[in-house]
Design a protein. Structure first.
Length: 744
């Protein structure tokens, strides 16, 4: 083995090979050299084996249909002869999908918390739980920007703004990667659900780099191990075989050194092209590549250099994480441990956004004061059901779930709580009239929005990707291993509560509540002016009724402790501290068009708060909006620039009577790019006690205000004047503005 370090040359070719490779890296041998040695030790078949999932297609699919998704990992790139461990994938993002893990609030809820430190702690908890169920790659870092609230998987990402989404995703990765590898997805422009296998998204250089990719780049810079490609096509080619995306952008421009995997089952269509384009591993089964790579290598559509390059990406990443992954796996007692449940509750409370809180008879309806209440009516179909969100790939088997009713009952102590499922609006009105306060919990479930499972049934191009019968040996080995290791049983009661596999989900058919929910709200508020509406949804809900209701909260799928988190806010144990991570328009027509069945679709830079601001359409509730039970005064903010970084400093004082959070948001515009919309470039969430103040410094690298030069395909930094606005939300009338001169 010329050029290969002696330690490796001396390695016996056998199960000790990997251990020797890890030892070499730990001893200081450059990873590239060690990888070269490993490649020499591998047979051609072993290399090809690393380029797709380890499981046979049909047996794997059968297992998936029987709940296997929640019982075992998806393994890939494991080479037993050489001891190469490969990787074992499990999904998220609201927790680990295998076993009775902690179900955290969905990502969109965590986006509403605007709390990077919290997100990192959640990542840390998820990383620990992930390792305990036998996995080492977490697939739950979903950061596609919310281009339209109808997107069925809106709840899996953090919001509509790429900077905000990128910071949250990077925080999650930091936490997870203390224990395991993380995978960011879905590269790129995956923000429609029903059409995800069919749609070709056309997007120009500027919109792509300034709006749809910055959060991926941020997370690559954070050191994420793995990138998952999207199902859709981008500018004429499927993302799983898109060379400009996977090689020019991801590798050459961003310097990504991890490995790229496809999305599940239909993530690529052409074995050879996917490899030359830069996709490293087809997931999760032996499928397109198993049937097509040999021929592609024979006819020159791809090459052994391509094979080696991709295998090298996998090996180098596994070596980079070998120290982290050498840590002993925690026991199953970490799953939904008291500490993780407490974290889930904290996240649930911090994510609730108070949209409105008007006085009735001179007193705001919230917080509820149990000492002054005798009877509370809790109404609505979602008030007392297990409602954790998507029933597709992000589904988590929570052992037990605190519903809003359970949380509120406990928080209200001796106050009588009358529950009504709201199916009969007239009856609900009677119940509400008899109470001091009426709380209505309405919105969606996994039947209204979520991953669209079951698509492809009529798509002949997808059906043609299905392989022939499994290799019998492989299938038998898999079936035996499942029999020997059946995996965790579903938590008690879950099997009875619904099917163990997937729901149908899909894009939302309307941005409004169900008609029955709107009728319920109208009946309740007519019967009791002290009405609180809690919206349960993955993203924006149009609220034409909001002016008639004194108190409105945007809740989300709040996770297994969601009921406690919500109750903490309703009774004022915690001031609501969430801020909308998306805009709520007054009219769906103010959003970009959304065609569920699109086969082609153009994405430009105008969606969310950018579009509303450009078009002069005030939002019903703007991006960044959220009230508290307290009040804040701001000191004067100032900014200066040094070494390519703008530094914004200021202070806030809590002038009210509750500990509460203020979220300072910095929006910037560079005079050198007059055509470019301004951007969110920084934020800080500050938790402040009553009467206390907090200093804040927000650092904004000038690169966040760079413009993409389409012709040269490169970034141009701003020069001259930069206008900064420090605000509580988009369109804040009390914002502060400062101007900074950037030296040439
Ligand atoms: C989803 C991915 C997910 C994968 C594996 C796919 O259906 O699109 O987001 O990671 O399944 O669970």
């Amino acid at each position: 083995m010329p050029g290969v370090p002696t330690t490796l040359r001396a390695m016996v070719e056998g199960a000790g090979t990997w251990a020797a490779a890890v030892g070499s890296v730990q001893g200081g041998t450059p990873v590239a050299e060690v990888v070269a040695g490993l490649l020499e030790a591998m047979t051609p078949d072993e290399k090809l084996w690393c380029l797709d999932g380890d499981l046979p297609f049909w047996a794997g699919l059968g297992d998936l249909g029987e709940g296997g998704y929640h019982k075992r990992t998806f393994p890939a790139a494991r080479v037993e002869r050489l001891g190469i461990p490969g990787f074992a994938f499990s999904d998220g993002p609201r927790g680990v999908v295998i076993g009775p893990a902690t179900c955290f609030p969905v990502s969109m809820a965590r986006g509403a918390a605007w709390d990077l430190e919290l997100e990192e702690r959640i990542g840390d908890a998820i990383g620990t739980e992930l390792r305990s169920v036998g996995a080492d790659l977490f697939g739950g870092v979903c950061v596609n920007v919310l281009r339209h609230p109808a997107w069925g998987r809106a709840q899996e990402t953090y919001g509509e703004d790429p900077f905000h989404v990128g910071e949250l995703g990077a925080a999650l990765v930091r936490g997870v990667q203390r224990h395991a590898m993380a995978c960011v997805k879905h590269l790129a422009c995956n923000s429609m659900e029903n059409a995800r296998f069919e749609v070709d998204v056309a997007v120009d250089e500027v919109a792509l780099h300034e709006v749809f990719l910055p959060q991926f780049r941020r997370i690559v810079d954070e050191g994420v191990a793995v990138v998952m490609t999207a199902y859709n096509a981008l500018n004429g080619e499927w993302c799983g075989q898109n060379r400009p995306l996977l090689t020019q952008i991801l590798r050459d421009e961003w310097g990504f050194s991890g490995f790229a995997i496809s999305d599940w089952i239909f993530g690529l269509r052409d074995a050879g092209l996917s490899l030359t384009a830069g996709l490293d591993v087809e997931m999760p089964y032996q499928m397109v590549r198993a049937g097509g790579l040999d021929a592609a290598l024979a006819d020159g559509a791809t090459s052994w250099e391509d094979v080696d390059r991709s295998v090298a990406h996998v090996l180098a990443t596994l070596l980079r994480f070998s120290g982290v992954l050498a840590a002993e796996r925690p026991g199953s007692d970490v799953l939904a441990s008291p500490a993780h449940r407490a974290l889930a509750r904290e996240a649930a409370a911090k994510s609730v956004v108070l949209l409105r809180n008007e006085p009735v008879d001179g007193v705001p309806v919230l917080p509820l004061d149990p000492a002054r209440l005798q009877r509370v009516a809790l109404l609505g179909a979602l008030a007392d059901i297990r409602n954790l969100g998507d029933g597709g790939s992000s589904d988590v088997w929570a052992e037990s779930v605190v519903t809003p009713a359970a949380g509120l009952r406990l928080a209200l102590g001796g106050v009588e709580l009358t529950l009504d499922d709201g199916t009969d609006a007239t009856r609900a009105g009677v119940v509400a009239a008899d109470a001091d306060v009426a709380v209505v919990v309405v919105g969606y479930t996994k039947d209204d929005e979520g991953e669209f499972i079951g698509a492809g049934g009529t798509n002949t191009a997808l059906q043609a990707l299905m392989p022939g019968p499994d290799d019998p040996d492989l299938a038998a080995r898999f079936t035996d291993s499942v029999a020997a290791n059946p995996g965790p049983e579903p938590p008690a009661g879950l099997a009875a509560a619904g099917p163990l596999t997937f729901s149908t989900g899909g894009d939302r058919s309307s941005l409004r509540l169900h008609r029955s929910d709107e009728d319920l709200i109208a009946a309740v508020v007519a019967a009791n002016p002290r009405t609180v509406v809690v919206l349960v949804a993955g993203s924006a809900v149009l609220t034409p009724w909001a002016d008639d209701v004194p108190a409105v909260l945007q809740g989300f799928y709040g996770g297994m402790e969601g009921g406690h988190g919500l109750a903490d806010v309703l009774v004022g144990r915690r001031s609501p501290g969430g801020r909308l991570p998306f805009s709520v328009p007054t009219d769906e027509a103010h959003l970009p068009p959304f065609d569920h069945e699109a086969t082609v679709c153009t994405y430009d830079r105008w969606h969310g708060w950018w579009k509303l601001e450009r078009d002069g359409h005030p939002a019903r509730f703007p991006f960044g909006w959220g009230l508290t039970y307290s009040g804040f005064e701001w000191g004067e903010f100032s900014a200066n620039v040094a070494d390519g970084v703008l530094e914004v400093t200021g202070s806030v004082t809590n002038t009210g009577g509750h500990t509460a959070a203020e979220v300072v948001q910095v929006y910037g515009a560079a005079a050198s790019f007059p055509d470019q919309p301004r951007r969110l470039v920084g934020f800080a969430r500050l938790e402040v006690a009553p009467g206390a103040g907090a200093e804040v410094t927000i650092r904004v690298p000038l690169s966040l205000l760079a413009a993409r030069d389409a012709a040269a395909a490169r970034w141009v930094l701003p020069q001259g004047r930069v206008d900064l606005e420090m605000a509580r939300h988009v369109g804040d009338p009390r914002s502060q503005r400062v101007t900074v001169e950037v030296p040439d």
